[in-house]
Design a protein around this ligand. Structure first.
Ligand code: GDP
Ligand code: MG
Length: 200
């Protein structure tokens, strides 16, 4: 689907990273389409969704990039991370391994990012609290250590949770870069050439 480009609105590139199966695709779907899919389809190439938001009376386009967690797609993922202003590391609260792997993902992005980018850490699947193995304090500590904003949520049962969280992250990013006073044009206005675009 082709996107009509509006150059007057700054766009913020947000990339979700994490192991396969942690819920990246469903978090984006919850945000953009208020949908949850109980089946698992593996994401192979980075996919893009767009959302317009208003913060302090100014419009922003949030470009949400979904990526593949699998190793064989990592070189492609690397290309799509470049220029991201927000990177959200996602783990599954019921899978310790998906949390341990966040160290890998943090190293993976470190040399690729714009110096003023901002991190988030999301523990997903909070509806499965009975099977929780990663304590939210550990998630929060990990986030604090890398200077990220933490959130524990569920793409399945708290569809507004991720939306509110992303908007908080955008606020932090804007504050960090003093974008409110017009310096925000530092934010990239580039759009993309993905054929998987959806507008929401
Ligand atoms: P991705 O590989 O990180 O994109 O993960 P998906 O979004 O494809 O989700 C993988 C599997 O986890 C699917 O079967 C989803 O239905 C399930 N899933 C994703 N988010 C949640 C959630 O918040 N709660 C529960 N119970 N299942 C979830
Ligand atoms: Mg996926």
């Amino acid at each position: 689907m082709s996107e009509k480009k509006d150059d007057s609105i700054p766009s913020i590139k947000v990339v979700l990273l994490g192991e396969m199966g942690v819920g990246k695709t469903n978090l984006i779907n919850a945000y953009c389409n208020r949908q949850f899919n109980s089946q698992s389809f593996s994401t192979t190439s980075p996919e893009f969704s767009q959302k317009k938001i208003k913060i302090d009376n100014k419009n922003y386009l949030i470009d949400l990039w979904d990526t593949a967690g699998q190793e064989k797609y990592r070189s492609m993922t690397k290309i799509f991370i470049k220029g991201a202003q927000l990177i959200i590391f996602v783990y599954d609260i019921t899978k310790e391994d998906s949390f341990q792997k966040l160290n890998f993902w943090v190293n993976f992005v470190e040399e690729l990012l714009w110096e003023n980018s901002y991190y988030g850490v999301v523990g997903n699947k909070s509806d499965l609290f009975e099977s929780q193995v990663v304590n939210s304090n550990d998630g929060k500590k990990f986030a604090d250590d890398i200077g990220a904003l933490f959130c524990q949520t569920s793409a399945k049962e708290d569809q507004d949770g991720f939306k509110k969280y992303v908007e908080n992250l955008v606020r932090k990013l804007i504050k960090k870069n003093n974008i409110i006073n017009g310096i925000g044009d530092k934010l990239s206005k580039k759009t993309n050439n993905s054929k998987n675009g959806c507008s929401c």
